[in-house]
Design a binder for this molecule. Structure first.
Ligand SMILES: [Zn+2]
Ligand SMILES: [Zn+2]
Length: 238
């Protein structure tokens, strides 16, 4: 099916739509403008840190001051310029083709934190929101990342119990309070998380409140270790 679709629609740059050779990704111009996260990063959220990589487990200011329930985390891009355009395209503009190159970049970023048998779980989207948008961008990324890495994906292990208010305009404490109990293990499928190392996947990390709530729910379900991975991380100093 995929190769048939590609034969009819040639691969396009995931950012600007320019026709590109091969199996997609970015055109040369967009590639050069994209801020991939490489080298020295925060071990908890993956945001770039100044200075050289020294093999230690350093943290950014945010992760030093905010309790992060997960163990380690990585991101592929910073949420600005093209990184931001890709996230918004995937979230709002039906650009599902972005999931595949996104997964390729994320697969490289998560290499240091994956463990044998680790399973991928996407941040769940509330069904009313999914109805409006027709798909859950985190689940699309998770599925593509599973194909890219060979890791198992448990797409429905976590659920949203109620819609929750939108997160915009709230401070971190209000955001977190608003989310406690909103993300829960699936009454049946949540049991699949017991004893597992779990990688929770989302498109973008800003405050980290949603990922924190999902991590708590994953531990409630009996997971052994929880790590997180995002396509893009909102960096304070950019
Ligand atoms: Zn382009
Ligand atoms: Zn961090």
């Amino acid at each position: 099916m995929q190769s048939l679709v590609r034969a009819v629609y040639p691969a396009q740059c995931a950012s600007c739509g320019e026709i590109v050779d091969g199996d997609g990704g970015l055109c040369g111009a967009c590639w050069r403008e994209t801020r991939f996260v490489l080298g020295h990063v925060c071990d908890t959220c993956g945001t770039p840190l100044p200075g050289e990589e020294d093999g230690g487990t350093d943290q950014c200011d945010d992760c030093m001051h905010i309790a992060r329930p997960w163990r380690r985390g990585r991101t592929a891009l910073t949420y600005d310029g093209i990184g931001r355009r890709l996230v918004l395209g995937l979230k709002y503009a039906d650009r599902l083709d972005i999931a595949r190159p996104a997964a390729r970049w994320m697969a490289r970023a998560i290499e240091p934190i994956t463990t044998p048998g680790m399973v991928i779980v996407p941040i769940p989207s509330h069904w009313t929101r999914m109805f409006r948008r027709r798909y859950n961008q985190a689940a699309e990324i998770a599925r593509a990342l599973g194909r890219e890495t060979g890791m198992a994906v448990l797409p429905n292990a976590l659920i949203r119990a109620r819609g929750g208010e939108t997160q915009g305009g709230k401070n971190f404490d209000a955001r977190f309070a608003n989310l406690v109990g909103v993300i829960q293990p699936h009454p049946k499928k949540g049991a699949d998380l017991a004893g597992k190392d779990v990688l929770i996947v989302d498109d973008v990390m800003a405050s980290g409140a949603t990922l924190g709530a999902a991590t708590e729910a994953t531990y409630v379900a009996g997971a052994r270790v929880v790590c997180i991975a995002t396509l893009a991380r909102v960096a304070k100093d950019t």
